[in-house]
Design a protein around this ligand. Sequence first.
Ligand code: G
Ligand code: G
Ligand code: NA
Ligand code: MN
Length: 257
Amino acid sequence: LHIETGLRRALERDEFEVHFQPKVDLVSGEVLGAEALLRWDGRDIGKVSPVEFVPVAEETGLVQPIGEWVLRQACAQAATWQQGGLPALRMGVNLSARQFNDPDLAEKVRAILDETALDPAMLDLELTESMLVEDGDQAVRVLKRLKSLGITLSIDDFGTGYSSFGYLKRFPIDYIKIDRSFVVDLPNNADDMAITRAIASMASALRLRLVAEGVETNEQVTFLRTLGCHQGQGFLYSRPVPAAAFEALLKRLNPEG
Ligand code: G
Ligand code: G
Ligand code: NA
Ligand code: MN
């Protein structure tokens, strides 16, 4: 209840902040994009992890205005970086199930792209498998409307939900993000090696691009590269950080600008 009460006031009190975690080219080390991750530091409640408050926001419907705020912030930031002469970065934003089920989702995304003047090709929406399997036909319609805006789509936490290859074939998806639970023990766990290999060969057959989550060691990078997984994010490169720190990181990892 504390969380719900606090969340109701958090937007007007300006208690949210968006942090950014780089998505890195595992071969060149260059930053290719970012994932926007919401942070809440409430006046009354202090710092609360999204693991705790996102489910409450989802249940109460507060995730709609909050998610829209995150999308606007992330798009505005990406547009600012682009206009500042930085190399184009693709901005990933997490969508909740309630946002995905909103019949006006595509219109809202389009309005925010217009408002922030972000090139739609630079926005990537991260969805989870569970959103897609409930009503496959409806999901395909929503995904097609989103794709028609010119954005890209990712499946987040891939492998932890109900993965059906049949669905993947029908969905206009661009990226698969390999869940970090399969990455953490690479390259020492035979099961995880087999699972990530299988995901990689399926992705290649379906022409889906791969992003590995939770990359923490150079040994993981070496193994992922042998799979043809050329993008990753994780603490090896950076934790999610505020915009100013992300800019400093860009100067370090993309020195040519
Ligand atoms: O980065 P972190 O460990 O704090 O994220 C924890 C969880 O919260 C992750 O599952 C992440 O996807 C989710 N999360 C973070 N920001 C957002 C957001 O803006 N919207 C939604 N729906 N989930 C988010
Ligand atoms: O569910 P989603 O993939 O959006 O979750 C993102 C979460 O993963 C964030 O909370 C982020 O802080 C966390 N994260 C990102 N990189 C790493 C990593 O290298 N190791 C671990 N343990 N967590 C990570
Ligand atoms: Na995500
Ligand atoms: Mn994920």
